[in-house]
Every structure is written in C-alpha cells, then in structure tokens.
Design a protein around this ligand. Structure first.
Ligand code: FUB
Ligand code: ZN
Length: 657
C-alpha cells in the first residue's frame, strides 16, 4: 500500500533534483477548526491567558522588547540572556496561530508593534541579534553557543506563521534577509559552523517550503552536514566541551544513539526528517530510525517526556529515568511532537503518532496550567510536595513553546497521502479543505480522552474513491511502544467500526484501519474505542520503577495527587500483579467529573493504605481506595504530593506514612 505522495512543496524538492520519500503531508491547522471540548478549552486558555503572560513578561517585566528598541537606536545595554530574542519570536508565532482561529485585534496590534521594532533593529546587511548588536558586533559569529542561528530560526518560524495568518509580510522579509545573510556568511563561503542550539535547520526547511527557494534547502542540509566533523567550538560552557551535548560527536547520518541536550536533539532530528522528506536521503532516515528506537526503548518516560537530567538538560545513561528529579523539559516534549510527526510522514507508521500523542497529552500539556497562566519548565513524575508551576522563568523557552504547540494543534489531527485521508488524532474538529481538486469537509466528534465514542461525518467529498485511514491507537494494543513499558492487563481488543449504522469489517495496515470506498455527503463512521484502565509496568532495567505500576486510560497517564486523597499521595501500595491486573482494572471506577479541573476523569481504585508509627515498626497495610487524575492536570489546586509510578510493595514506598 506504499505510495509516493508528492505535495506541492515537495515538487519544489524535485526542482532541487531529488525525488521524495515522504508519503504523507499534514493538513495545515488553518483548515482544521478544533471544536473538541477538551482541547478547545486548552486553546482558549492559550489565546487569552498564555498570550497575555507572554506579552506581559516579554514587554513589561523583562527587557526583551526594549532590546530591539535599543538595537534600532544603536545605543543602550542589552538586558537578559543572549537568546532572549527567540522568546519574542516564539510569542509572535503563538499569536499568529492563535489569531487564525481566535481573532483578537489587540493581540494582532501588539504583534504588529513588536514586528515594527524588530524590523527597525535589523542591520542593513540582514543580520539581527540584539545581544551582539548591543554588546559588540565585532564578536558576532564567534561563539557557536551564543544561539544567533537559533534565534534566526525562531524568527523564520514566526515570520512564516504571521504571514500565513495575516498576509502581512514585513517580518517575513526581515527573516528572508537574515536567512540570506546567513547563507552568504556561511554556506557560500564554506565557513564552518556548527549551530550551538539546533533550530535553524527545521526553520530553513519551512522557509524553503514557503518560498520554494532551493537555497534554503541547501543551507539547511549544509548545517546538518557540518555536524560531527570537529567544527563545533564553543568558548563559554563546560557542557559544550563534550560534543555529544550538541549531538556533534559524530556526523548525523552515523549517529547510533541519543545523546546530550534534549531540545537541541529533537529540533535537529525534526530538521533532518524535513530534509530527508525532500531529498530522500536514506542516511538521515536510517540514523533517525536508530535514534528513535534508542529514545523510545531506553530513554523516554511513560509520559512521553525526555531528557532526564538537569545538568545537561538532556539524556543520561539508558534506563536512568528518575521520577521525582525528572527534568523532562516542556520544550523537549514539544520537540517530540514535532519529530514524531515527521517520522510518521516519512513512514506512514502509526507508532510514531502513538508517541506523539503520548508526549502531547502528557509530557507537553503538563507544562501548562489549566488557566494557561502558569508553567512547568521541568515535568517530574513525582513530587513530595514542594513543586509547582511558575508565572515565568529566567530562561523562558517553555511558555511560548507550549503556546505555539497548543494553538497549532490542528496540524496534527489529519494527513493526506495520494489516495487516503488519515485520521491521526481523535480530536473533535471540522476539516474543511481542498483535496483532489474538490472540497472535502469532515466533521469529527470525539469523546476522547475521556471516553471512546468517536464519529466522523463526511459533509462533502471528492467523487473519486479514497481510503479513510483511522489510526488504531497504541493504547488499544497488547504492548506499549518498544520494550521499555508493558501493559500488564490485556487489551479488550480492536474497536467496533460502523458505517452508516452498520458494523463493518476493515483491513489494517501499519497501525491504521483502512476503509476504502466512494464517499458521499452524509456518510458517517462511528468508532467505539474500548477504553479500560491499563496497568503499566517498566522493563526491569529501569530500576527506579521496580515494584511500581502506572495507570493509563486512553492516551492519558494518570497520577495520584494529594488533593484527591486526604492530603497524601505516597502512603499506599497498589497490589497489582500479573494475575490480578485484569480484575483490579475492572474493579476501578472511572468517573467523568465535569466540575473537577475543568472536567476530567477521576479513577478510583483499590489500594492497601499504609498506617503505622513514624519509625515504620508497626506499619500495617489496610484495604482502602485512592483516586487518580490525569497527569497533565496535577498541581492546579496548590502544591502537594503526587506520583505517577505507584508502589506495589512496601519496600518500594519511598516515605514513611
Ligand atoms: O537554550 C535555549 C533553550 O533554553 C533550550 O532549548 C532550553 O533547554 C533552555 O536551555
Ligand atoms: Zn523550554
């Protein structure tokens, strides 16, 4: 069923002299209106409170905008960190996505104001970086750690987003001038340079697709090819002295395993996948498959979070995944969403969307409070009580990153191949696009993540036969992705699918149910995903989770938080074994509570509560109940104990009750 699909943008890849391996193209979020009650409220929170937080901190409480004003005036002291420009760009990108479906004249006016200041700060040769413009231009491009190209990448992404939403091209012209400046400074002179923080690669690929100009594809490829040949040189940070930190120890195509800084890695592999999608370069594809396996099988939290260590903001030894000290930066989970989408586009395999979904609903979304005004930078899987979201951070990469992801959610719901519409995520939405020369309109209603009833109503379709490919989520299956986590109780199987009320059979291919027919207005698919509590255990090599289980329901991981459990979350064991897992799952009560945490499932399950003296000598385990909530929603009722991996034996209880 493998088909080569050439999207318009890839045709410009052909102009560059290559054929395409990319099989799928995502449907752009601007053609997807999210109507889903769960996601709509997240997007509304971003459109209002998150964007306002970004504006407040970018403009008033920090000097990020002032830096542009000073750079334009060619006078004044730089405020903040050398990569703070990137936060301005990411906030504009988030504003642009949000404005598409949530018009807001004040937000657009603010973005226009900022863009005018950014444009005024750009040097005549196209260079733009307030840190070097205010601290000494003679030093520009001398320290690869200093993120000049990272900031340029975020400028490019913001500019494309803002142009596509508003049609205003001032920022796009700024971005193009800077990209051209970088091209002539580096690639055209073959002046070696390894970006300290990858991002420019994926941004240039977006610019290539936006403009059709092959030089940006060439420049993106050039950046990727620079890496791993000893060109990387930083002068400031100790971490940089280990090239593995920046994935610079070996050329990208020869890389065997994941190393170093998690966000840098995700952005780089996203860019490499974008290049491979156009150039059909098997070297990148093979390397990324190896690295993906290393990430997912040995280095990923059950939440889809990655990057366990704070000291390098990244990966440590295989299976070294501590829970309470998990770093799991929000940006790294955002990067997992980007990269896994690209891997799915290249292969058509659903396992990548399973990981995307895991990172999206858990590791990434946890970064955002329900109101959208507080943020996690790190997303630990346990708390002894002192951890909480904050209004902002000195290094403020995460707030605008989660904002741009949530407000462009529609990018991840549907894809096309030559002869199929792929439903990747079950998120209530209206797809309204042109395909095969005709209008295609499909309305999805989804009970997920709370219950499994999903419907897809075709409202208008091309006359020609095409397949609907419905992703069969990994959480329905017997095995979790890879061998790092395993479900203990078996799945109840594949969903029942109805077409116009009649149960139908279907073929499966690479993790999708395939329904191939001539579709007409009024056709309705109904899917009933069999949802059940799944107990999850870890590979024994992950010693931190010895004698522990996690609780999953649909795409979401659940956690026990003090607020639902009389102020404690570490005072019980859940006696799940291979033998009783099914009965303990079916004895658990899943209840949708509309007034709790903006509406979530709360799951009550049997435990043995620990009671006894503080010295632990007379510890007793007595039957009791505990309640779990979705992991992303914890810490919205104040700080308190929380854990995702629940002890199954007294020896693995970490604190004395
Ligand atoms: O360096 C820019 C951003 O700040 C990184 O992506 C984050 O990990 C944080 O270090
Ligand atoms: Zn971050």
């Amino acid at each position: 069923m493998k088909k080569i699909f050439l999207v318009i943008s890839l045709l410009s890849g052909l102009a560059y002299g290559q054929s395409s391996v990319q099989q799928l193209a995502p449907v752009n979020f601007s053609d997807v209106t999210i109507t889903d009650p769960f996601w709509k409220s997240r997007m509304d929170a971003v459109a209002t409170n998150t964007l306002q937080a970004c504006i407040l901190y970018t403009e008033n409480r920090t000097g990020r905008i002032r830096n542009f004003e000073k750079a334009a005036a060619k006078t004044g002291k730089h405020e903040g960190i050398y990569f703070d420009d990137s936060d301005v760009y990411k906030a504009i990108e988030a504003m642009a996505y949000s404005l598409k479906h949530h018009p807001d004249a004040a937000v657009e006016k603010k973005a226009d104001e900022w863009i005018a200041k950014i444009a005024a700060a750009q040097l005549p040769d196209g260079y733009l970086n307030t840190y070097y413009q205010l601290t000494g231009l003679d030093k520009r491009w001398t320290d690869m750690e200093k993120h000049e190209d990272y900031c340029a990448g975020h400028l490019i992404e913001a500019a494309i987003a803002y142009f596509n939403t508003t049609g205003k091209r001032l920022l796009l012209d700024v971005a193009i001038r800077f990209a051209d400046n970088i091209d002539s400074t580096f690639r055209l002179q073959n002046r070696h340079w390894v970006s300290g923080h990858q991002e420019i690669e994926l941004a240039l690929m977006r610019l290539y697709h936006q403009t059709g100009n092959a030089k940006y594809l060439a420049l993106s490829t050039w950046f990727l090819e620079q890496r791993g040949h000893g060109y990387g040189r930083g002068v400031i940070w100790d971490e940089w002295k280990d090239p593995a930190y920046c994935q610079d120890a070996t050329p990208v195509k020869e890389q065997q395993e994941i190393t170093g800084h998690a966000v840098r890695a995700m952005y780089m592999y996203t860019g490499a996948a974008d290049v491979a999608a156009v150039t059909n370069d098997g070297g990148y594809i093979n390397a990324m498959q190896r690295i993906w396996e290393d990430v997912v099988h040995r280095n990923m939290y059950i939440t889809g979070g990655i990057g366990a260590q704070g000291k390098n903001e990244g990966f440590g030894a295989d299976y070294a995944l501590p829970n309470e000290s998990a770093y799991c930066e929000t940006c790294a989970s955002v990067g997992m969403v980007f990269w896994n989408q690209r891997m799915n586009m290249l292969s058509g395999e659903s396992k990548y969307v399973d990981v995307l979904e895991k990172s999206l609903y858990n590791g990434a979304l946890d970064g955002l409070s329900l109101k959208g005004d507080h943020f996690f930078y790190g997303n630990p899987l346990a708390s002894s009580g002192g951890y909480g979201r904050r209004e902002w951070f000195g290094t403020a990469c995460c707030p605008s990153n989660i904002a741009r992801l949530v407000s462009s959610l529609g990018n991840y719901v549907y894809s096309f191949s030559a002869d199929a519409l792929w439903v990747q995520l079950y998120i209530g939405s209206e797809l309204n696009t042109k395909w095969q020369g005709a209008d295609l309109r499909v309305k999805q209603v989804s009970g997920l993540p709370w219950h499994g009833a999903v419907s897809l109503q075709v409202e208008q379709a091309p006359k020609k036969k095409f397949a609907l490919r419905l992703r069969l989520p990994g959480w329905l299956s017997e095995a979790a992705p890879g061998d790092l986590y395993q479900y203990i109780n078996n799945s109840v199987g594949l969903p029942v699918i109805r077409l116009n009320g009649e149960v139908i059979g279907f073929n499966t291919d690479r993790g999708y149910a395939v329904i191939d027919r001539k579709w007409k207005a009024g056709d309705k698919i109904e899917i009933n995903f069999p949802m059940q509590v799944r107990w999850v255990k870890s590979n024994t090599a992950l010693s931190e989770n010895k004698d522990r289980v996690a609780l999953q329901y649909g795409p979401m991981m659940y956690c026990v938080e003090a607020a639902d459990n009389a102020g404690k979350a570490w005072d019980f064991i859940v006696p799940v074994t291979n033998d009783n897992a099914a009965s303990m799952a079916s004895a658990s009560v899943v209840n949708y509570e509309a007034k709790l945490l903006d509406g979530v499932n709360r799951i009550e399950f049997d435990v043995l509560a620990l009671q006894g003296s503080a010295d632990g000598k007379s510890l007793q385990a007595v039957p009791g109940k505990r309640k779990a909530i979705p992991y992303f929603s914890w810490n919205n009722r104040g700080a308190g104990e929380m854990q995702v991996w629940l002890p199954t034996a007294i020896r693995s209880v970490k604190v004395n009750p």
